[in-house]
Ligand binder design. Sequence first.
Ligand code: 3EB
Length: 321
Amino acid sequence: LQLRYIRGPETIGAPEHVLGLVRFGAEPAAAAYPVAGIAMAELDHGAGAELWTSALPVRYGSANGIRYADNGQVLFGAIADDVPADGTGFERRVGQIYDAAFELCQAQGHPHLLRVWNYFPQINQARDGLETYQRFCRARALAFQARFGEFVPRLPSASAIGSHGGRFVLYFIAARAAGLHRENPRQLSAYSYPPQYGPRSPSFARATLYRHAGQELFFISGTASIVGHESMHRGDVCAQLDETLRNIETLIESTGRDEAVRLGGLGDIDFLKVYLRRPADLAPVRARLRERLGEAVQVLYLHGEICRSELLVEIEAVAGR
Ligand code: 3EB
């Protein structure tokens, strides 16, 4: 299981075993492997993509609208769906999509979700009194609950980000072997957020450590300027960025300590996706990130809407090449 970011309009080489391709700001060409296009501009190079590949040969298929790739150890799945615009229809469809994903993972022998990405438009817009993100959270929580009952121990790392138009896109990585889900000592677990944020709490873990067949991958969920359960530094993107980096650093350090893995700090990050609500924040954020993380880390800067309207920046990361 390998990740590579493609920056700019570069196309992918043919000889690899591709698990999936996700393009930002453009629709990818149809392919034998799962593809998804997210309506979210890449701010640095004008185009970008996330490419997941495998050293092992890959088998492709499709079930209930989900395209998948299976290399015998992990399953990559992707679906883009025209979800209904009305709140109730949206929630029903999101629940169906999640259940189809659970079903697929089970049927293909990859029952352990490691990492999930969610992108959909109008994330901060209210529909009949509830924001789209809150409706999404309710539908996702009910789907996990219906499938697993006591679902908290199964929750994978995740991101949920607002796109600018386009469809509801879900993609995920599941595995035959379980990952180890981690929480952040600086943050209340998202699944325990109090009800002021919505009728059902967000269903995700702060990070997932996947150790298998000599590989060590650490998936860090979308992370923002939240301490406890509260948003910090309203209106100040640089202070939000520093708080976010403190959160990520703590997550890496505490996991390295508790799990005795070679994870020490921010320097271990190999891939970053940085979501910015305002494109004008690119320059200061990029300068500060270079200062803190150096030049070796690969970064995609994306114009996305964070699920709480006061948050200006969110960062997800992968450690492990
Ligand atoms: C937060 O910490 C910020 O609902 O799947 C980050 C990562 C966030 C994932 C999700 C939401 C999600 O609450 C938002």
